[in-house]
Design a protein around this ligand. Sequence first.
Ligand SMILES: [Zn+2]
Length: 357
Amino acid sequence: MLTTDITLITHPKSYLHIAPYPKPNLEAFEAPLRLQMAERYLDSHEGTRNFERVKAPRASREDILRVHSPYLYESIRVMSSFGSGNVGESAQASPDLYRNAIISAGAAIKASEVTLENPGRHAFSLMRPPGHHATRSNPAGLCFFNNIAIAITKVMESNDIKRVSILDFDDHYGNGTAEIFYDNPSVQYISIHEYDFENYGLGHYEEIGYEKAEGTNINIPLIDGASDMVYLDAMKRVVLPSIESFSPEIIAISAGFDPHYADPVGNMNIDSSTFWEIGKMLNGAAKKSNVKGSFSVLEGGYNPLATGPSMCGYLLGILGCAKPKLEDQVDRVSVDSLDSANMGIIDQVVSIVSRFW
Ligand SMILES: [Zn+2]
């Protein structure tokens, strides 16, 4: 398969939006270097350097308001004009925030359009800020507009798409995306994420969707330190059969690379070989006859040295290429008891969600 079968959606100003010091805490990680290093890595690898690139357009006000409240939209615009301000928990404005947030949403929309217009092509929105923690009314967790939700809502309306599956493999729970589609039976949301069973929090497997959307919110909450084997088990036993049973026309992926073992924000234990496996499995799922296309939107991934190989592995998997041997693939300690505990959680998830298959 030719390497031109992937389109990257990028923008020359993706490197702006830097939260002003001394406010940043997590914001220090959601910084331009993560994109610069990832793009440089993709440019340097022979399997990924020839990908087509398309410049991201800006999302319109109407695009944003299909998903978000006017208050959220206006508060981001106003705080950006001030040049700083706290618009939510770990969500700091900058002078460039508004412009970059509408470009990031526009990039996700463009990714969905490229894949629908070009059967067989996968489009990846390589933009920041990320989006999956933004709810209808609240920015949070480095996210302002929910890029993937904005893209899906528009593409469903404009192209008469009836069913979309989302896989979110970012380290953290995509609470914003889950909330936005929680009572929508046309959108299946599946998340694999780090979870603290001692303190609970959003993203438990008992959250399954509301009323007519029951069974469409699928959470795979794993204990921190989850290994490559556990992620592959979750994909095979939960993600793939759930997508197959839902029979979507589009598969959208919230691609977060912070489950990487070297990530400073996530605490999982996987490397680029597992991102390749995930991409390969999604490639297989997207080849089903009823699927019109698949696209990915970048979420987290905060170690600039690890995000390049992670993305490279993932995209080569999507392309159906052989597994690359990349420098982050090193032997690491795995703990049998932790693997057993996580596989037990996956058993629980299967018992809950398989009722809807
Ligand atoms: Zn994350």
